[in-house]
Design a protein around this ligand. Structure first.
Ligand code: PGA
Length: 250
């Protein structure tokens, strides 16, 4: 049984509604704070979400010029120029379509030699910007957030991680002409939890088990996203197919 009083859960009819609702929240936050520090995610779920934001930019002249971004993660090793990199994904699916300034974009470098220094610098830069105001998250079928795979410490900061078999299986479908990296650099769970506001979006039946385990039962390292229930300002936005197995108590 899920106790909804612990967190905000919005169940909407269609996938499109998920992206619309999430984009509405983002635009409201940017209206309140035009220099929002915005934590971004990649993955299949995020493409239509960025499309919604681009729609707001084009249709309503929504202004991203003062927004600062920090992406959650990047494969390691990989060049930011590779078509498989998350840096490339962001450029293609979001950055180049809106008026975000290059100098306001922050990314973990997948081809740094000194990854420890890179990760420490990332934490420092987030702090210097006053922390992440709004972090948007997807969820892996194994409950991961960012690349914080099952059993990641809830105290973890930005670091290098080994990718799980499940993640390699899911993500290698979208890879071409390059060996799939075994590692990644990712914000830690603590880094994510330090965000002032978090929205997690999930669509499609295959996410229903991960969402059920995230929202019900024990908060456990086995399901990294479950820790989000301890966050003071988190909202889960999911489509009805994801929610079909949930038993809610209101
Ligand atoms: P997906 O990835 O949107 O491609 O399913 C989500 C995630 O792994 O966080």
């Amino acid at each position: 049984m899920i106790n909804k009083s612990d967190f905000k859960l919005l169940i909407v009819k269609t996938e499109k509604d998920v992206f619309k609702e999430a984009a509405k929240i983002v635009c409201n936050e940017i209206k309140k704070k035009p220099n929002l520090v915005f934590g971004l995610a990649t993955g299949k779920t995020m493409k239509p979400f960025y499309k919604e934001l681009i729609y707001h930019y084009k249709k309503h002249h929504f202004d991203f010029s003062r927004v600062k971004t920090f992406n959650l993660d990047e494969y390691y090793p990989i060049s930011g120029k590779s078509r498989n990199s998350f840096r490339y994904f962001m450029e293609k699916n979001f950055f180049r379509h809106v008026n975000i300034k290059e100098e306001n974009i922050h990314f973990l470098s997948g081809n740094t030699k000194d990854y420890e220094k890179e990760c420490k610098n990332y934490e420092r830069m987030i702090k210097e910007e006053g922390g992440i105001d709004l972090q948007v998250l997807g969820i892996g079928v194994n409950g991961h957030i960012g690349f914080n795979e099952p059993n990641s410490s809830f105290q973890s900061l930005t670091r290098m991680v080994k990718l799980s078999k499940s993640t390699i299986k899911q993500n290698s479908k979208y890879f071409f002409n390059e060996n799939f990296p075994k590692y990644a650099l990712t914000m830690g769970i603590k880094t994510i939890m330090n965000s002032k506001k978090i929205i997690l979006i999930a669509v499609g039946k295959k996410k229903s088990v991960a969402i059920k385990k995230t929202l019900s039962g024990k908060i456990s390292r086995k399901i990294p996203a479950s820790i989000l229930r301890r966050h003071k300002n988190v909202e889960f936005i999911i489509s009805s197919d994801v929610a079909s197995d949930l038993k809610l108590s209101i």
